[in-house]
Design a protein around this ligand. Structure first.
Ligand code: 7PJ
Length: 266
């Protein structure tokens, strides 16, 4: 999954696109590099980010979606807003990537009223303050239990299991040790046959490990993506598609499969 941020303040590639045309051209480049899914986001959820209005988020995201119609890969929209979800679905989005896991009732309705897929992500707290003092007794167990609850809740609301993807939400109300524990324990999220998505690309934990800024975290990001795949992730959300693709090609040649080994799923 290649990341297309249409935000002026995204931490890793902020201010990249001056226009919808430029963002769509960038998205097409990611497809050429081997992206199987594009994730288009108009609201930065990085720690401390300022909220964006519905109108502003629509103005950022919809023109890019429209330009990418028929591009050949499913389009995901990274949004927490029900109104943006509805418009994105009408404009052809195939996946809603909601870092709030459809907890807002109108968000749940927006997806239920459609046939699109959804990514349910765990976070603790809200983006503006979530990194201030995250606390868990057992981060892997708590994230797993939360995701199990959310899968059951959205299934009960009428979203079939084969439309659901889950994500532990690296960096969303997690400190360095929490993130490492989640990556080590990622396989325990492979339950109910629901694919696991992992987003580690250029995140702060990789900065801490390498001492490098976001743009120089490519190698660390590729290593993290491959580790996530080794621990059962079926989808990796990345900025550096070409580099990640090369690593996956090596993985594929040796293992012949991506995602959890069936015998080891719980
Ligand atoms: C994630 C995301 C993630 C999902 C962002 C960033 C921050 N959506 N949106 N999972 N991260 N599903 O790209 O660093 O980890 S925005």
């Amino acid at each position: 999954m290649g990341v297309v941020n249409v935000t002026p303040d995204s931490f890793s590639d902020g201010g990249q696109f001056g226009s919808a045309d430029a963002a769509a051209a960038y998205a097409r480049r990611l497809i050429e590099e081997g992206a199987d899914i594009l994730d288009i986001g108009g609201e930065s959820t990085r720690p401390g980010a300022a909220p964006v209005s519905v109108d502003e988020e629509r103005r950022r995201v919809l023109p890019v979606l429209e330009r990418l119609a028929g591009c050949g890969v499913p389009l995901s929209v990274d949004t927490r807003k029900p109104e943006v979800m509805r418009h994105a679905i009408s404009a052809g989005a195939a996946l809603i990537n909601d870092v709030s896991a459809l907890e807002e009732p109108r968000a749940l309705q927006a997806v239920t009223a459609s046939t699109v897929a959804v990514c349910l992500m765990h976070k603790q707290g809200e983006p503006q303050t979530m990194q201030q003092n995250p606390h868990y007794d057992d981060v892997v167990r708590e994230v797993r239990e939360y995701l199990e609850r959310r899968v059951r809740a959205v299934e009960a609301a009428g979203i079939a299991r084969d439309r659901i993807v889950i994500d532990p939400g690296f960096g969303f109300g997690k400190d360095f040790e929490h993130n490492l524990a989640l990556l080590r324990g990622l396989r325990s999220l492979s339950f109910l046959g629901v694919p696991v998505l992992a987003g580690l690309s250029r995140k702060a934990m990789l900065g801490r490990l390498t001492g490098k800024g976001p743009a120089d975290r490519v190698h660390a990001s590729v290593a993290a993506a491959l580790l996530a795949i080794a621990e059962g992730a079926s989808i990796v959300r990345v900025h550096d598609v070409a580099a990640t693709r090369d690593a996956i090609a090596v993985w594929w040649a040796v293992r012949g499969t991506i995602g959890p080994a069936p015998a080891q799923t719980e």
